[in-house]
Write a protein that binds this ligand. Structure first.
Ligand code: GTP
Ligand code: MG
Length: 281
């Protein structure tokens, strides 16, 4: 599956980010906790080589709790601090300040040795489209200062946000293009709604997810549609079509429509809290 998804404004945003990087001490990378591997951009390792880094496992309310803890530990084992956050409620944000002062201790000590006291840490929020960058900033600053929307690519401009005396935040557009080097990364990004699935075969995407539900015994899936996990993916889609009354002429099951139902149920959380990325050990 060759996903070509790199709109023009992403390349422009990337150039902007490179300029902005010179101004900051700390990169706050917003990941989607449902797909922490797929939404993490490895390019940042190179671009932000000399910067302090904080990972945010955002939308943690939609991801499996056990997996949230796994991913936080996974990143910690690689020397990367990751906080589990829900930007809609602000849950998990109280640890940010303390964490920032730990991560940026070197900079703070360097400042102190030069006689600079309380110069704020300058930070920048980055992440792939729709990961929740604007919602994160709004919640953290507790005022609606950045525009949000449930569509990739809403933010185009940029703005600095002053946050008390210890932190300054730069709101940036969804500047990181997802890095799709493996097929399942593309599928997982599509499942969580991070890339336009118009460019994908949705029936194939739904079948990919159903195979995952079978492999991982995601009970909520089979309960919701009252279907056996012993059927094939195609049979399960047919079953879902029939029981939802999604029929073609001649009463044939409309499996395309069934695929849309499954994907929508998954994205809106009706199948429960599901982390789509597999553990990486
Ligand atoms: N459940 C849940 N939804 C979230 C969370 N954070 C963001 N969202 C939702 O995710 C969608 C995208 O959020 P945005 O803040 O617009 O994402 P963004 O990264 O700024 O997107 P672009 O600017 O388009 O790149 C919105 O519908 C938010 O309400 C979260 O922690 N939990
Ligand atoms: Mg935004």
């Amino acid at each position: 599956m060759a996903i070509q998804w790199y709109p023009g404004h992403m390349e422009k945003a990337r150039r902007e980010m490179l300029k902005d990087l010179k101004l900051i001490d700390l990169i706050i990378e917003i990941l989607d906790a449902r797909a922490p591997f797929s939404t993490c951009n490895p390019e940042i390792d190179k671009l932000g080589a000399n910067k302090a880094r904080l990972l945010i496992l955002n939308k943690s309310d939609m991801a499996d709790e056990k997996e949230n803890r796994y991913w936080a530990e996974h990143f910690a084992s690689k020397g990367r601090k990751a906080l589990i956050v829900n930007s809609r409620t602000g849950a998990g944000m109280k640890d940010i300040e303390k964490t920032v002062s730990v991560i940026c201790r070197e900079k703070i000590e360097r400042d102190l040795s030069r006689g600079i006291v309380n110069r704020p840490v300058r930070s920048m929020v980055v992440g792939i489209p729709n990961s929740g960058k604007s919602t994160f900033i709004n919640a953290y600053t507790k005022k609606a200062s950045a525009k949000t929307g449930n569509k990739p690519g809403v933010t185009r401009g940029k703005q600095w946000i002053r946050m008390g005396k210890n932190l300054e935040l730069l709101d940036t557009p969804g500047i990181l293009a997802p890095k799709i080097e493996r097929e399942e990364v593309g599928y997982n990004l599509a499942l969580i709604g991070s890339i336009n699935d118009e460019i994908l075969d949705r029936e194939e995407l739904a079948q990919y997810f159903i195979a995952m539900a079978k492999r991982r015994h995601i009970g909520s899936f089979f309960e919701r549609y009252e279907v056996s996990d012993e059927l094939t993916e195609a049979e399960i889609l047919s079953h879902i079509a029939l029981r939802s009354g999604a029929l073609l002429r001649g009463s044939q099951p409309d499996t395309r429509k069934a695929a849309l139902i499954v994907i929508d149920d998954l994205r809106s959380g009706r199948l429960g809290r599901i982390t789509v990325d597999e553990r990486q050990d």
